[in-house]
Write a protein that binds this ligand. Structure first.
Ligand SMILES: Nc1ncnc2c1ncn2[C@@H]1O[C@H](COP(=O)(O)OP(=O)(O)OP(=O)(O)O)[C@@H](O)[C@H]1O
Ligand SMILES: [Mg+2]
Length: 224
């Protein structure tokens, strides 16, 4: 469960990114976050990852209160979250397999665990045949699949996607959305930031709209 209680965020140089936002997302939900550029969407994601602190208000993620969390607990907490971005953020000098394996190596998984879970993840995202390819040889859609496999390989409870299809054509974006929906059906809570009304309408999920830092609306979208 995710809960924001009257959360505001003012950045140091005075920018008010979020204003008194309260919302609740249950385990297993699929939620879109929309809003104009500068509305505070990425700030919300950074707050949920405890990458930045709220100026006021309280935040609970995966049932843990972030306000009370000690610094030493942050790495363990972050493992309960997977994140993907518009620009993929892959390690360009490594191949597909190594990009996913890397996420496991840094948290000390054994070679045996890695050899088991990396192929499983690559199969899930539909890239098992390209495991040896260098990521720079892949299409944008394929690169995002690698990023999703990497985000999920440590089995997080929550997947945060900040404009995951921002760099992709409409058809590839649809395919990535289908994949995210499948991941959600497997029990992972999924939060997706998007600018695409088309995607949101097609998917028929809950939509939270931010407007200049404020919660503008929060509703179930009827699927067309
Ligand atoms: N690190 C930062 N320091 C100062 N101000 C920031 C910082 N990050 C974001 N902001 C400001 O906070 C506001 C919200 O930014 P945020 O990145 O959350 O918007 P966004 O909704 O994700 O926009 P976009 O759709 O363009 O990605 C903006 O006014 C932005 O300039
Ligand atoms: Mg953003």
């Amino acid at each position: 469960m995710i809960e924001l209680n009257d959360v505001s965020k003012v950045y140091e140089r005075g920018s008010r990114a979020l204003k008194n936002v309260s919302l609740r997302i249950e385990d297993g939900e699929f939620v879109f976050i929309m809003g104009r550029s500068g509305a505070g969407k990425s700030t919300l994601v950074r707050l949920l990852m405890k990458e930045t602190e709220p100026t006021s208000g309280s935040i609970i993620v995966n049932d843990i209160s972030l306000n009370d969390m000690r610094r030493s607990q942050i790495p363990k907490f972050r493992r309960t979250i997977g994140v993907v971005f518009q620009d993929f953020r892959l390690l360009r000098h490594l191949n597909v397999y190594e990009n996913v394996a890397f996420a496991q190596r840094v948290i000390g998984k054994t070679g045996r665990e890695i050899r088991e879970s990396v192929p499983e993840m690559l199969t899930m995202v539909g890239l098992s045949s390209k495991y040896k390819a260098n990521v720079s040889e892949l299409s944008g859609g394929e690169q995002q699949r690698v990023a999703i496999a990497r985000a999920l390989v440590n089995r997080p409870k929550l997947l945060l996607a900040d404009e995951p299809t921002g760099n992709l054509d409409a058809r590839t974006a649809d395919e990535i959305m289908q994949l995210l929906e499948e991941i959600n059906r497997g029990g992972t809570t999924v939060l997706v930031i998007t600018h695409s009304r088309e995607i949101v309408q097609k998917m028929g999920k809950r939509v939270i709209v931010l407007d200049r830092g404020m919660l503008k609306s929060d509703r179930e979208q009827v699927q067309l």
